[in-house]
Design a protein around this ligand. Structure first.
Ligand SMILES: Nc1ncnc2c1ncn2[C@@H]1O[C@H](COP(=O)(O)OP(=O)(O)OP(=O)(O)O)[C@@H](O)[C@H]1O
Ligand SMILES: [Mg+2]
Length: 501
């Protein structure tokens, strides 16, 4: 009998099906790997098992008995401990308190037993004593720690549950080699004790180092389970891609200007900064160059650095033959860069302000205007909003009154008033509906056809494959591979993204 079994588990968020069909069996004493591209449903499956997400249907069985959890506490009592991908730590509390947070030792039924907390925390922290690094101590607050150290605390917290079923959702993404080795040593011991472990990672080498079996997920479904000993990298990537992706012909070149070897607009060489190193590429007039790979491999960091939004970069950036030193966005904008991010909250919308004010700041900046007549601005703003089919009541309405997709159109309209030479798109369609996405990419292709040089990072593989003339695949802050012409297939994209750099 399996320790844990899932049968036809499913979950949708509105129109988004996060988990279409979750079927898997977890044995006693095994490390069972889950692998699948970004958004394939891995975390959703784990959260359902851990009681933090309620499934719409299907069945979860522990030791052969069907269970239904009303929340994470329920799941913990049933013997499940989980490491959350987004972490679940209390930033202001100490490392010791966080390690024990899932199961705080109490004395006399009410008071937290401080001595017991310290003793338990010490035991789990000691396991990583050699690799935790400077600044790590039981009394440090979590907010003072580095990203890798926070991940270690979340690991310790998960181990401290002493649960028979342990789920680790991307526990190693910020860890270095020595930290991973140390953690794997612990996992091997737990396995020998008979614990059952689900392990998620995008790093192929880790999967083969620690896994006993592997289940591939694709588009919200568990596709197939294999013994690690009976499979290889290539077979796993093929399962992730699926037959459809395999047979699909590469998208047509998005526009003809791109293939003609036009004039180079942007040339980047030896570009390094926080999160990326030695990046080099060119974008010609009318070309859409895609940035691909798993999330967070340096794609956004490069775009933000080119736009002057982050300090500490080195290397050469040449725009239209002029050497650039975009230290700040203000300078980058005047030089001819535009930057559009899907993160409107952080990078785009001026919250609570009228639409007109949200459309025109770039126009002010580029033309060094301090004041302008409202009618002049109106005449500039209206055609730009029109071109994007933006739905809004009036230019005086607050931007917050618009849907996410229409807010994004206002942000984009900003850049259409005075055309930039280079358009940097940082996952621009995050959280917008299908129709708006289609409108947006039609417009992006039009802009390219008019000669704009475009760099597109998208977290959706289909958007890249359908729109980019060339794809630069990022892995660990570097360009691992360039895909052109008929090489632009999902298989090649995954292959480059998943092989360790
Ligand atoms: N709370 C939510 N609300 C709306 N959509 C969600 C929510 N959680 C997940 N989704 C969507 O469900 C799909 C599956 O998400 P999930 O987090 O399970 O993927 P994943 O395989 O863990 O991806 P990653 O490798 O990026 O961590 C995605 O399309 C995601 O956007
Ligand atoms: Mg996930």
């Amino acid at each position: 009998m399996s320790k844990l079994q899932l049968r036809g588990v499913r979950k949708a968020y509105g129109a988004t099906v996060a988990l279409r069909r979750g079927d898997m069996k977890l044995d006693r004493g095994e490390v069972h790997v889950l692998i699948g591209s970004n958004g394939s449903g891995k975390s959703t499956l784990c959260k359902i098992v851990a009681g933090s997400v309620r499934p719409d249907g299907g069945e979860v069985l522990i030791d052969g008995r069907s269970v239904e959890f009303s929340g994470p506490n329920d799941a913990r009592k049933a013997g499940i401990g989980i490491f959350y991908q987004e972490l679940s730590l209390a930033a202001h509390r100490t490392v010791a308190e966080n390690i024990c947070l899932a199961a705080l030792p109490v004395s006399g039924g009410v008071f937290v037993d401080r001595a017991k907390v310290a003793e338990t925390a010490r035991r789990y922290a000691d396991l990583f004593a050699e690799v935790a690094g400077t600044g790590f101590s039981l009394d440090a607050t979590v907010e003072s720690l580095r990203a890798d150290q926070r991940q270690l605390v979340e690991i310790m917290k998960t181990l401290a549950t002493e649960a028979p079923i342990l789920i680790f959702d991307e526990p190693t993404s910020a860890l270095d080699r020595a930290q991973v080795d140390c953690f794997f040593g612990i996992l091997r011991r737990l396995k020998e004790e008979g614990r059952s472990i689900i392990f998620i990672s995008h790093r192929m080498d880790e999967i083969f180092a620690i896994g006993d079996r592997v289940t591939v997920m694709r588009d919200g479904e568990t596709i197939e389970t294999d013994r690690i000993a009976d499979t290889d990298h290539d077979a796993i990537i093929r399962r992730m891609v699926g037959e459809k992706g395999e047979l699909a012909p590469p998208a047509e070149a998005a526009n003809d200007a791109a293939s003609g070897g036009g004039q180079v607009i942007l040339k980047v060489e030896g570009f390094s900064g926080p999160g990326f190193s030695n990046i080099g590429f060119e974008v010609t007039e009318g070309e859409i160059v895609g940035f691909g790979g798993l999330h967070g491999q340096g794609q956004s960091a490069v775009l933000r650095a080119l736009f002057g939004a982050t300090p500490g970069n080195s290397g050469s950036v040449v725009l239209d033959g002029r050497s650039m030193s975009a230290a700040r966005p203000r300078a980058a904008i005047r030089e001819g860069f535009a930057y559009i991010s899907g993160d409107r909250g952080r990078d785009g919308a001026i919250a609570g302000r009228p639409i007109l004010e949200n459309v025109t700041p770039i126009h002010f900046l580029k033309n060094r205007l301090a004041l302008a007549r409202p009618s002049h601005l109106r005449n500039k703003a209206l055609p730009a909003l029109e071109a994007l089919k933006t739905k809004y009541a009036g230019l005086a309405s607050s931007i917050n009154s618009l849907s996410g997709g229409n807010q994004q159109k206002v942000i984009i309209a900003r850049w259409l008033i005075d055309r930039p030479a280079v358009l940097l798109l940082d996952d621009p369609t995050k959280g917008i509906d299908l129709q708006t996405k289609t409108d947006l990419f039609a417009l992006i292709r039009e802009l390219a056809a008019e000669g704009m040089a475009i760099v597109l990072y998208s977290s959706e593989d289909a958007e890249l494959l359908n729109n980019a003339d060339r794809i630069l695949v990022f892995n660990s802050g570097a360009i691992a591979r360039e895909l052109t012409g008929s090489d632009r297939t999902r298989y090649n994209l995954y292959h480059a993204a998943y092989e360790a750099a």
